[in-house]
Design a protein around this ligand. Structure first.
Ligand SMILES: [Zn+2]
Length: 414
């Protein structure tokens, strides 16, 4: 049974902050297919389209028939642990800091035999396991063998926690926590065991039902923070920037209509100011502090979450300027991801379809409930996933977009 994670001691401010070491991060171009699937929480391996052989590690041709017609397809996770060992020495700095480290060899039911990182609750070989692809701190996919059934405090396993961004015992800032989604995020984080949650809120004169009740959650601290105001962002970053382990940017400005239904650029500018420049302000002020704390022990800085939209992938004309601002934010988030990666801090992008909130009242269902969206975002942190498409609508549009982006564009515009 994994040892239950205790709340980490307060950091001694006099001690030097360690620079983050990363696991080996280079992969061949072919092997990035494994990483791309793991980033979305899928376990995919290369499969031959001619003979059906599943292979690992990824190669240019099929090991069975030499065909070059290979595709990445989702695989069953079951397998048998053939051998296990514990590493007590490593020449790699990342692993040397984390020894001892458990490794194993698993024969997957779908064919190949793979080297895996072993969860502490997996019994010694031979044993049944389930294998999952997870992102490591370098942002590359690795294979992890887990027990076949949930075990107590399973997520607290020291090795597994190196691959996830679990909010348990971590300090989280949620921007614009007043909205329905913001409140749901704060509640979900509290339920997941976050140590402290700063609930950022702008425009104190504007009342939102339910917001005042957040005060009753013991971990929650309400904090004035306006992402459209550089001074406000700078001051809050100076105050708490060095303590934030996870930042969730939930601030969003959403108005319906496209181009022709409205004159002037004020609405579009307000959308850009919150959705794009808001992210930029936060990234400039909080980014350096998070980057410097990527190796800060058990509760290090670990993730940055952006609430984007599936409309960032293809414009939805009845929310046309909003879609454009989300596309801009998506592009900026990719830049942020590249800049945070050397510190081992993961940028998680959430792409929901229409949310069931006041700005989508005129849209017909299905719409995703704020609580479901919040649970999906927290789940992504617990699983260490990079790109999340919560809800049926987002999943369906994602499938269409992957199949043919042009088809989705036409469908959304009709
Ligand atoms: Zn083949």
């Amino acid at each position: 049974m994994a040892e239950q994670l205790k709340k980490p001691k307060r950091k001694n401010p006099v001690l030097r902050t360690r620079l983050p070491a990363l696991p080996p991060g280079s992969r061949s171009r072919i092997a990035l297919g494994l990483t791309a699937a793991a980033a979305q929480g899928r376990f995919e391996l290369q499969q031959c389209r001619e003979c059906g052989t599943v292979q690992y590690p990824p190669r240019e041709a099929c090991v069975n028939c030499l065909s070059i017609h290979l595709s990445w397809s989702e695989q069953k996770s079951g397998g048998r642990l053939l051998a296990d060992t514990t590493l007590h020495h490593s020449n790699d700095l990342f692993f040397r800091e984390r020894l001892p480290w458990r490794l194993g060899l698993v024969r997957l039911d779908c064919g190949p035999t793979v080297v895996v990182h072993l969860h502490g609750d997996v019994p010694p070989a031979p044993a049944r396991v389930r294998v999952a692809a997870r992102l490591d701190r370098a942002g590359q996919a690795v294979l992890v063998a887990l027990p076949t059934k949930e075990t107590p405090h399973m997520a607290d396993d020291r090795q597994l926690r190196e691959f996830t961004c679990d909010p348990k015992h971590r300090k989280v800032l949620v921007t614009d926590a007043k909205t329905a989604t913001g409140q749901a995020l704060v509640s979900a984080l509290a339920a997941a065991g976050a140590d402290l949650i700063w609930a950022g809120h702008a425009e104190p004169w504007k009342k939102f039902p339910g917001f005042d009740e957040l005060r009753t959650i013991p971990q929650v601290t309400l904090l004035p923070l306006d992402v459209t105001d550089s001074k406000s962002v700078r001051e809050v970053a100076a105050e708490i920037g060095g303590k934030v382990d996870i930042l969730i940017n939930n601030a969003e400005h959403n108005r319906s209509f496209g181009i022709a239904n409205r004159s002037g650029v004020e609405t579009a500018r307000a959308e850009m100011d919150v959705n794009y420049f808001g992210l930029l302000r936060l990234a400039q002020e909080f980014g350096p502090a998070l980057r410097s704390r990527g190796a800060d022990g058990l509760a290090s800085a670990v993730a940055w979450v952006n609430l984007l939209s599936i409309y960032a992938l293809a414009n939805f004309p009845s929310h046309g300027t909003f879609s454009a601002s989300k596309a801009a934010a998506h592009s900026l988030a990719q830049c942020l991801r590249a800049e945070m990666r050397p510190a081992g801090v993961r940028v998680v992008n959430v792409f929901p379809g229409p949310i069931d909130d006041e700005w989508n009242q005129l849209l017909l269902p299905p719409k995703i409930a704020p609580q479901a969206l919040a649970r999906a975002a927290v789940r992504a942190l617990q699983d260490g996933i990079e790109d999340v498409y919560p809800g049926d609508v987002a999943q369906e549009w994602l499938a269409r977009w992957r199949d043919n982006p042009k088809a989705l564009e036409r469908e959304l515009s009709s």
